[in-house]
Design a binder for this molecule. Structure first.
Ligand code: MEV
Length: 339
């Protein structure tokens, strides 16, 4: 039996803009996905509520088919066909992820995978697919006595993320894999992934579930891509500039500026059409008490990041609106084997 866990992630700033080559700052969070894996003749997923079993050949051919759809989506700059396939059955993501890992690691044997996740399923914004991709890669490698470096795990997880989201930046899997606070920039031939060492713990942040999202990350990214360039580009650029300024402000422990930048990011993301009524309402209430709040990840619902020096007032304000603040550490350890 091998037990592996990886943390979820939260964008402090830079989501969506990061898809276009701007930087992002992404923090791992204290909520983890844990996988307990043992040998099996097939691929079995158990999550406490349900059990799903697939033949090894089935997961491999599903992954092959998804790869083909990804290639044609990439050529057309439209992944709708792939997204349709991935959404057609709830289990397709897990099936594809297992197939991709077996293919990448050239493994022909099965695994029984028990999933114990702190990250609420189907909410969005905390990198639930990335954390699963990262932990599954390490777990299946470990079960087959293959030692992978973090870079290798990250590479396989990114390939899984591409099938799930079309053309993601790779920032989510990087944060879940390496942990800590990550400065991420999409780049060729390989993405820039640097630890952002600020020398102190981030405090007075809380995470809030604004409600489940109706559109997937891939669809939300595609929505932004379809906005006219003259409308989209200035907002993407503004987010990029704000991300660089946030890095300076974090290094100087200047939370007045950090707050302004979080609120600026929320404004720009809302203008890109990825906010919701709930997110706008929570963000306004947090701003009204002198704090800052923004959606996280693709948006369209999902988790938000809220900050206020007066944390009690922050949690009270969020509760009064009928939402539950989650207090958790930011910048925790990345993927690891658990004993
Ligand atoms: C999703 O968590 C973050 C986005 O920027 C997409 C990506 O980086 O691939 C919206």
């Amino acid at each position: 039996m091998v037990t592996v866990s990886a943390p979820g992630k939260i964008h402090l700033i830079g989501e969506h803009a990061v898809v276009y080559g701007e930087p992002a700052i992404i923090a791992s969070v204290g909520l983890r996905c844990r996988l307990l894996v043992q040998n099996s003749g097939s691929i079995i997923f158990r999550d406490g509520k349900s059990t799903e079993e697939f033949g090894i050949g089935d997961v491999l051919s599903f992954a092959d088919n998804a790869d083909l759809l990804w290639k044609s989506g990439f050529e057309k700059n439209d992944f709708s066909g792939l997204f349709e396939l991935m959404k057609s059955e709830k289990s397709n993501f897990k099936k594809m992820a297992a197939g991709k890992v077996l293919k990448a690691l050239k493994i022909k044997s099965g695994a029984e995978i028990r999933i114990e996740s702190d990250i609420p399923a189907g909410v969005g914004g905390m990198g639930s697919s990335a954390v699963f991709a990262v932990s599954l890669t390490k777990a299946i490698a470990g079960l087959n006595s293959k030692k992978l470096s973090l870079d290798e795990i990250n590479r396989v997880a990114y390939e899984i993320e591409k099938i799930q989201h079309g053309n993601p930046s790779g920032g989510d899997n990087a944060a879940c894999c390496y942990g800590g606070l990550v400065w991420f920039k999409r780049s060729s031939p390989s993405n820039i992934i640097e630890p952002l060492n600020i020398g102190y713990e981030l405090e007075n942040f809380v995470i809030v579930n604004s409600g489940s999202r109706e559109r997937t990350t891939g669809e939300l990214v595609q929505h932004v891509r379809k906005l006219g360039e003259s409308y989209r580009n200035p907002r993407i650029k503004a987010l990029g500039v704000a991300t660089s300024e946030m890095r300076d402000a974090l290094r100087k422990h200047d939370f007045g500026t950090v707050k302004e930048l979080i609120n600026l990011a929320q404004r720009n993301l809302a203008e890109l059409g990825v906010s919701t009524g709930n997110i706008d309402k929570i963000a306004k209430s947090v701003r009204d008490i002198g704090g800052a709040a923004k959606l996280c990840g693709a948006g369209g619902g999902g988790f938000m990041l809220c900050y206020c020096e007066d944390k009690k007032k922050l949690t009270g304000t969020i509760k009064k609106l009928g939402f539950e603040p989650i207090e958790t550490a930011l910048g925790v350890e990345g993927v690891r084997t658990d004993r």
